[in-house]
Design a protein around this ligand. Structure first.
Ligand SMILES: Cc1ncc(COP(=O)(O)O)c(C=O)c1O
Length: 382
């Protein structure tokens, strides 16, 4: 038979998280998914129905409808006071913003630095563009901060960009201001683009979010999404921000990729953003309680150690049991608990499991009961 498939498709592997879901039974406790268990607010649902009834059903501008782009620019002035609507492109979720950035910037022969462990799509996107991903590590011992010296050592004349993610999936670490400064200095010195995935920037439990979008460096592509903050994963809407010369190139790829983002959803999101209260803080307060419960339960299990997440909604404990993270996650799935093996996020994730606390307190407690029982049956390393 003819070999139909492009090298880019053949080089990709199915995500290790997907494998867990394929094995899971219908009544499993799901702490595997990066998705809040809330429905959209009444306000959001009404705004969408209104948009559809008020004629927002046609193609719109490639970069997004102007009123939404203006509102997003206004929001981003908290990080960079000179952001204007011309710096913004609305995308079909953070995923599509990341892909358009990769397609605009990466060529065959380029090298791109990606976090390890890191969100599962960064490396495949680099590979799909024919470039080579090189991993930099985020270690538990280092509070999941990247080590600037390690990054410096990975840089070659071919290095085009560095992808950073704060708050981070899967570690839930946030980049500290000193680390951000060190990364920016490296980017300036080596003329690297920084692709900064900040889709969890409003899900912060302590302190404040520090953005890479900053007047000190123009070559930043900032990625955000409405999926996490507004619990609207299925609406597939996000946005990116960058300098105008970057936006001109990005928007060409955006046109040939999706023509324009979905019009009624953009109008609905615009209305939600303009509402006097949009319940983001309420959701963060609920998540903080869930975080405190799951972290305590994890640290009470022999052999487990979990840092307290500062943002996002993942607990990423280490374990000292004599088993790979994939096999451990398989054992848990067999007992009715879905989580993600750390190795699904790169070699640096081995020795960890990722539990999402975007699920209810009841499910978290039940899930931890399963983990406690299963963990007690697995031999420890020492
Ligand atoms: C770090 C990170 N970036 C981007 C995304 C993509 O989100 P979406 O495409 O739903 O906006 C996710 C989703 O889990 C994520 O965890």
């Amino acid at each position: 038979m003819r070999d139909w498939f492009a090298a880019r498709a053949k080089r990709l592997q199915i995500s290790g998280i997907r494998k867990m879901f394929e094995m899971a039974g219908p009544d499993s406790i799901n702490l595997g998914l990066g998705e809040l268990d809330f429905e959209p607010s009444e306000l959001a649902m009404k705004a969408l129905a209104d948009a559809v009834h008020n004629g927002y059903n046609h193609y719109g501008p490639t970069k997004g409808i102007p009123e939404l782009r203006k509102a997003l620019a206004e929001r981003l002035t908290r990080y960079r006071p000179d952001v204007e609507m011309d710096n913004i492109i609305v995308t079909a979720g953070g995923t599509q913003g990341l892909l358009v950035s990769a397609m605009t910037l990466f060529d065959h022969g380029d090298e791109v630095l990606t976090p390890d462990p890191g969100f599962v799509i960064y490396q495949p996107h680099v590979i799909m563009c024919g470039a080579t991903p090189l991993r930099y590590s985020l270690r538990f011992e280092n509070n999941f901060q990247p080590n600037p010296d390690e990054i410096q050592e990975l840089i070659t004349p071919r290095t085009k960009a560095i992808i950073v993610n704060s708050p981070n999936n899967p570690t839930s670490g946030i980049l500290e201001p000193d680390t951000i400064k060190a990364l920016r200095d490296i980017a300036v010195e080596n003329e690297l683009v920084i692709i900064s995935d900040e889709v969890y920037d409003e899900i912060i439990f302590e302190g404040e979010h520090h953005s890479l979008l900053n007047p000190d460096y123009d070559n930043v592509v900032y990625i955000n999404s409405f999926s996490k903050t507004f619990a609207l994963t299925g609406w597939r809407l996000g946005y990116m921000a960058s300098s105008k010369y970057m936006v001109n190139q990005l928007s060409k790829l955006q046109y040939y990729n999706i023509a324009c983002p979905p019009t009624p959803l953009q109008k609905a999101i615009f209305d939600v953003m303009n509402a006097p209260t949009n319940s983001v803080q309420e959701r963060v307060d609920i998540l903080r309680k869930r975080r405190d419960v799951i972290v305590k339960r994890l640290n009470d299990i022999d052999g487990f150690s979990c840092l307290k997440p500062k943002g996002a909604f993942y607990a990423f404990p280490t374990f000292d049991h004599d088993i790979s993270s994939e096999d451990f996650a398989m054992e848990l799935v067999k007992s009715g608990l879905i989580c993600a093996p750390g190795s699904a996020f790169g070699k640096g994730g081995e020795g960890h499991l990722r539990f999402s606390f975007a699920n209810s307190l009841e499910m978290i407690e039940k899930g931890m009961d399963v983990l406690e029982k299963v963990a007690a049956t697995i031999p420890r390393k020492n």
